[in-house]
Every structure is written in C-alpha cells, then in structure tokens.
Design a protein around this ligand. Structure first.
Ligand SMILES: [Mg+2]
Length: 451
C-alpha cells in the first residue's frame, strides 16, 4: 500500500476587512484623524486531517487595504503546495523564501506594503505551527531549543551588532529560571498600559472620565496623543496629570508629526507634566533625528518602532543610542522571525521592548512576543508594558483578557489571530453585510456596529 501523501497547504484565502471606527474618533491622532481600522487578513488552509488553519493579518487604517490584500495574494505561489510538516518545523525557510523573491523584492526591499504582506503570511504560518503543537505561540517559542530559535533568525545585515553566537548565548541564559517565570506569568500576566483615554478627538470630559477609569482598573501608565495644537496639549496633559496624580506614568505620542527642532521644543513645553516618554517624535526613518531628540529632551524618554520598517533600522536606532524604549509591532515587519531578531537586538543593547498594539488584533498578537521575551529571553518585565486599546477585541475567537492592568497569558493553542467568521462576513469591504447596507444607504444613516 502506498504511504499517504504528506499534508500540503492547499489554499491562501484573503479578506479585506474594515471597521468604521472613524465615526467615533476612536484611534484619532495628530497624523491619522479618521482611521477605519482594517485588517488585510489571510488564512492558510491545508489538507491535513487535523483541520487546522493558519490565520494572520496585517493592520491598515482603511483606504489601501485592498492594496495590502493584493500584496498578500502576490505571495500565494510561494505557499500553496508546501508540506505542512516542513513549514511548521521551520517557518524560517518560508520567511527567507518570501523575502528572497527576486522580483517582488524590488518593491521593498524589506519595507512597506510587500514586507507587511510577508509578515501576515509568516505570522499565519506560526499560528498554524502553534496550533499543531497544541501550544499558544508564546509557549512554543519559550519551550523551543535555543539553537532552533537562532536558526529562525535572518542575521544578514545584523552581524556588526549581533552575531548568531551572541544570540545563542542570550537565549541559553534566558532558559535559566524560565520555569518559574512561566508559572508567574500564568498567575500574574504581563503589565499593560492603556491608550484608550487619550485619543486626540476626545474632549476633556471624556479624557477625564477614561483616565480615572484606567487608574481604577489597575493601569500604572496611560498615553495621550499630542502634536496637533500646543495649547490643547498643555491643557490635556494638565487635565490628565491632575486626574491620575503624580505616580501614574503618562506617555505622550506625536505620531511622527514634528521636525526634529519642533519635537524638542514641543516636548520641553510639556515637560512640566512629567511625561514618561515621547513616542514617534519625528519620521520613523530618521535615526539621527531620534538620537538628537533623545539627547535634547532627557530625562523624557524617546520611544519609537510601530512604523520602523525592519530589523536593520532597529539595529541602527540601537547602535546610535536613538531610543530608550523599543516599540516593535507584530504586523509591521516580516512576522515572528524578524521580531525574534528585533527582540534579540533589544536584549543585546539592554533596551526595554514595549510593543505597539491596538489597531485590529495587534494586542492579540503582540502579547505572545512579550511573554516569550519575559519567560525565555530577558527574564524581566521591569519598565516593560504592552500597549492596550479596548476596542474590536470581540471580533476575535481568543480575545485578550486584561486583569488589573495586566495581559492574561493566552492558553489556547495558536497566535490568537483568528477572527470570528461572522465578523469577517459582516465587515468584509465592500461586500460584507455592514458595508453593503452602509454604501447603499449612505454613511450618514450607517450604524456603527463595532465592538
Ligand atoms: Mg503610537
């Protein structure tokens, strides 16, 4: 009898999913006044008898999500037909193959829409691998052999700052005490901070109410959007500081609004309210600019990363001492493999990682990376917090759970990436039931049904 043929990836399905968040000004900041939080969503289907699928996505804020979806579809031929077992045993090979496509590479390299598409597909492969291993992703990574983890990282362009041997050493040391930390993580969770109080479009009354609620809910840090109008920012920072008192950290976030000199002047003008960090003070590509801002605004810390394109830019930010807080994003770079590189770089330079989250499902994804970092790499949560934003979680099958200002460690196998089928059907653009009705009746009468 012939042996059964090995299971293969049989399909790469994509979905253009958009939520009408702009109608409530949720997510509004100085550069993005009216985002419709969206996901370019991908499902890897296989013919394995276990029936598991790999789910992944990247986050956009509305128009252009169809471009992001098209970029994912351009990767399809690299994925369909792959052995499921080989893919899950070594997602790094897929990552290298996608990054190495000699024609698609011209659209980057390793940046922008194409690179985010790679991130979505690679993350879907990790979701599948974790499901098949019956572990949440953070646990799969934390349990993994350090040598295998090092092989998952592409060290090209990194070895002047971090060699494979150094990475191996960091991961071996990370194993010491990992069992106790895992138990502690499951018991206490991972610290979070909230951005939900501080969207730029919220009035002072809403800011006051939400900031007070955040402290009552156990958060030790909140974040305010700044950068549109200095007088407004002074007033909002004063309001927030008076509500939360002196012991709660207040981060401020300019979303790339300023030139370097303006960033320095504006941050200094808000210094009396004791901001903990200034986030994205200027262009995410301006490494030397960040270094200059950091020098000028200390002791206010400089944070950036949600728009940093790849591990090479992070390497330079670290090498030049341009940041105090590294804000990796689960869906901006090339997926888990590249984020392993970024976590290792941060560990080497001793810079805390406080991931960017919010959006659609970014909280669900990024918690796994921080939890791995705590259990099996840096071994600490000191000065480390994961961003938390309180909307759109209900659309996910395994939504984040926040308890007393902490992310509860996921226990469901996978990367927590899967969206509810009914949410996909409703919010697919433009044919889903919400958008079809909305586009027919005009936006004025459309009801916002987001969670
Ligand atoms: Mg930000």
């Amino acid at each position: 009898m012939a042996s059964p043929s090995p299971a293969r990836v049989t399909a790469v399905d994509t979905h253009d999913i958009r939520f009408p968040t702009s109608r409530e000004l949720d997510g509004s900041d100085a550069m993005n006044p009216d985002p419709d939080y969206s996901a370019a969503y991908v499902v890897l289907r296989t013919d394995a008898p276990d029936g598991h699928e790999g789910h992944g996505f990247t986050f956009t804020i509305g128009r252009g999500n169809e471009v992001q979806v098209a970029a994912i579809e351009a990767l399809r031929e690299h994925v369909v037909g792959r052995s499921v077992e080989e893919l899950c045993a070594d997602p790094g090979t897929l990552s290298r193959d996608l990054i190495g496509d000699s024609q698609l590479r011209w659209l980057g390299p390793e940046k922008g829409v194409m690179h985010m598409a790679i991130g979505a597909v690679v993350n879907a492969a990790w979701d599948l691998a974790a499901k098949r291993a019956h572990k949440p992703l953070w646990r799969l990574l934390a349990d993994a052999d350090p040598e295998w983890l090092v092989r998952q990282v592409d060290f090209r362009y990194l070895t002047d700052a971090l060699t494979p041997d150094e990475a191996l050493d960091l991961l071996r040391r990370g194993k010491e005490g990992a069992e106790e930390r895992r138990a502690r993580l499951l018991e206490r969770g991972y610290p979070a901070y909230t951005t939900s109080a501080g969207w730029l479009g919220y009035d002072d009354e809403k800011l006051t109410r939400l900031a007070a609620e955040a402290v009552a809910d156990g958060f030790r840090q909140i974040k305010l959007k700044v950068g549109a109008d200095l007088a407004d920012d002074v007033r909002r920072c004063r309001v927030a500081r008076s509500v939360v008192g002196p012991d709660i950290r207040i981060a401020i976030d300019a979303n790339q609004r300023w030139d370097v000199g303006e960033a320095v002047r504006w941050t200094r003008a808000l210094a009396e309210f004791d901001p903990y960090w200034i986030e994205e003070p200027t262009s995410p590509d301006d490494i030397l600019g960040h270094a200059a801002v950091r020098k000028a605004v200390a002791p206010v810390k400089v944070a950036t990363g949600e728009h940093v394109q790849n591990r090479v830019v992070f390497k330079q930010l670290l090498q030049t001492g341009a940041l105090d807080v590294l804000q990796l994003d689960a869906a901006r770079v090339g997926g888990v493999n590249e984020n392993l590189a970024i976590l290792l770089l941060a560990a080497k330079f001793g810079v805390p990682v406080c991931p960017h989250a919010g959006g659609v499902g970014l909280c669900e994804l990024v918690q796994h990376l921080s939890m791995f970092d705590y259990v099996a790499l840096t071994g600490t949560t000191e000065d480390r917090v994961i961003e938390y934003v309180d909307h759109l979680h209900d659309h996910f099958l395994d939504p984040v759970v926040i308890r007393e200002g902490h992310y509860t460690a996921p226990t469901v196998p996978g990367f927590s990436a899967a969206m509810r089928p009914e949410s996909i059907a409703r919010y697919t653009y433009p044919g889903g039931t919400f958008w079809a009705a909305d586009l027919q009746s005009g936006p004025e009468s459309g009801e916002d049904q987001t969670a």
